[in-house]
Ligand binder design. Sequence first.
Ligand code: SIN
Length: 295
Amino acid sequence: MSSIEVSPIAGALGAEIHGVDLSQPLDDGTLAQVRKAFADHVVIFFRDQKITPDQHLAFGAHFGEFDIHRFAAGLPDHPEVLPVIKEADDQGGNFGGLWHSDVTFYEKPALGSILYALDAPAYGGDTMFSSQYLAYETLSDGMKEMLDGMTAMHSAKRVYGNQGTSINRYGPQVKSMEIRTGDDAEAEMEHPVVRYIPESGRRCLFVNPVYTIRFAGWTEEESKPLLDFLCTHAVRPEHTCRFHWETGSVALWDNRAAQHYALNDYHGQRREMHRVTIVGERPMSIGDGERAKAA
Ligand code: SIN
């Protein structure tokens, strides 16, 4: 078993891992150290990797089953690998260019995502991450008490629905990604506002500005002021880290306890990534967590 080196990149979350070659099968000892670093730091980064889609999937398989994105096409021969590409001459937006966590509109949102940089811009195109553990833990006791029992509705409608932002963002002018919109994006899914993470025994805030559309039983108008406050608080600078990609970098993040934001500041340069997304469980509320602990 080799010993890996774990170097935090910020106080809130994020660590670079050295001494792991993801193109090779990982022995049990190395995998246990990677799992611990992932649990401790919420997002972990590897440098100087060279992996095929099969090797990418082999690493991902240690964490669970794969999601095939409902609205963005995967590679033709590996549908579980989602190409995230912006060509140098693409005008307009980028994929993931707002704070969010992946596919929270599913009944079982993603546990984690593994993003691999095949072609990183010389500058720009960083990804920011924000700890949703800290987002929760830094709220007042009164706010925590109110939120602990609340649920919220998540939906893909604002992005992939019939009036969704993808219609303009990924119209005929953007050839690099195949994104579809449709009626099936209009559905809503209810999740706890505060989520219990069984492995850490900690609570995290589980709302995001892209997919959380309102609190259950509240109108969108009533929900907006509180959602705006929470979504702003969730990504305060001191809750975040920022990762600069090089070709060959890999990030593995916990979608349950982190939001992320892909910066669109590399106009005129190409950026090509491959994303593998791991299916998670139904989010546990605080009540579910208490019952699981008592059982
Ligand atoms: C994503 O939201 O999955 C894309 C992140 C990135 O391209 O940095």
